[in-house]
Design a protein around this ligand. Structure first.
Ligand SMILES: [Zn+2]
Length: 356
């Protein structure tokens, strides 16, 4: 009898944690190439003043410039600083020695998403082409688990993002770059957004505007209730490459509003309310100062990344200091930990979850 009690007492916490995990929903949001500098310091004065990179400098200075980084970042990303910073955890402010960075040496997008989702670096992965990823990823592992099977989906603005999780093999429904939305129960609002995308000029060849990624993802969350969704935004990176600092800032502010809407809609829906973790991160950084528009192996500083966590079971640590270096390849382990699944990257090296 004594043994039985010991056995029961040792099993109960296991059952509770397994039940807890199976009840967990996860929304992963990536913002392509948004620098830690804008996230944690807001707009940069010299770039605002440069009329070649900021049209109507006076208006943009009024909109985004204040004397302290705390005021500036609040203006740029109010949801991040009013909600995530108070209720969640933020890592990556290098001014506070909170360090996160890429393990891959390319500092470009596809290898960044690959590192993030497969939990490892493959030096042969060094381009941005839309080719299937040879390695198993953590979303695929979730989709193979009975608790999440058929309930893992992704939306992305940029075409190559879906190939980073090679969804043909992984069986993860995905829609990117001018593809139709994948909702099983399409709402009138998603049909309207689909129609609008059909009529949009293709400003970028392999990427649509984030407003459509937002609309498709939000409507699919509410109609289909997937347990796991990856939403991949891309406007910030595109405007940065074009050296349009004004539009890059607008995109950062717009993405913050999209994230707020997604969070508020989920928390108003009983399928997600109180059960959902929101993980927000990026695929690479960018250079300093006038190098801000670039990233890559030869651009100093573009290895710098950041992550934010909010929601179920996430501690309200706020903005962290004196921690890391964490690596983007630990995101896969973090996702596995949130979902309560076992995940070993193809290189055999299990990583530690971040911020748990
Ligand atoms: Zn990128």
């Amino acid at each position: 009898m004594k043994h039985l009690i010991v056995i029961i007492l040792s099993i109960v916490p296991l059952l509770l944690s397994a039940k807890g995990a199976s009840d967990t929903r996860l929304v992963v949001i990536t913002i392509d190439g948004l620098r830690w500098q804008e996230v944690f310091e807001g707009a940069e004065e010299t770039l605002l003043a440069d009329s070649k990179q900021t049209r109507d400098s006076e208006l943009y200075r009024q909109t985004y410039w204040r004397s302290t980084p705390e005021e500036r970042r609040q203006l740029l990303m109010p949801f991040v600083w009013n909600t995530i910073a108070k209720q969640g955890t933020l890592i990556g402010n290098r001014n506070l020695n909170s360090i996160m960075q890429l393990a891959n040496k390319t500092n470009i997008s596809y290898p960044g998403y690959s590192e993030m989702m497969t939990g490892m670096v493959d030096d042969a992965i060094k381009g941005n082409d839309p080719v299937n990823n040879p390695h198993r990823n953590v979303l695929e592992a979730a989709n193979a688990d009975a608790r999440y099977r058929g309930s893992v989906v992704m939306y992305g603005s940029w075409k190559s993002t879906r190939f980073a999780i090679h969804n043909e093999q992984a069986g993860i429904p995905a829609s990117v770059s001018y593809e139709k939305p994948i909702a099983k129960k399409p709402s009138p609002r998603i049909k309207l957004a689909e129609r609008m995308l059909e009529g949009m000029p293709h400003y970028w060849r392999s990427e649509h505007f984030d407003a459509f990624t937002y609309a498709f993802a939000l409507e699919t969350l509410l109609s289909d209730h997937p347990k796991v969704m990856w939403i991949s935004f891309g406007d910030c990176d595109e405007w940065a490459h074009a050296r349009k600092y004004d539009l890059y800032l607008d995109a950062a502010r717009g993405t913050d509003a999209f994230i707020r809407d997604i969070y508020e809609a989920c928390e108003a829906d009983k399928f997600y309310r109180g059960k959902t973790v929101y993980l927000i991160t990026c695929d690479h950084g960018r250079g300093f100062g006038n190098e801000w528009s670039s990233h890559g192996s030869s651009t100093k500083g573009s290895e710098a990344t950041w992550v934010m966590l909010l929601g179920k079971g996430i501690e309200a640590k706020g903005e962290t200091s004196e921690c890391g270096p964490y690596y983007t390849k630990q995101i896969a382990a973090t996702i596995a930990s949130i979902l309560g699944i076992d995940f070993t990257p193809d290189d055999g090296a299990k990583q530690q979850p971040i911020g748990m």
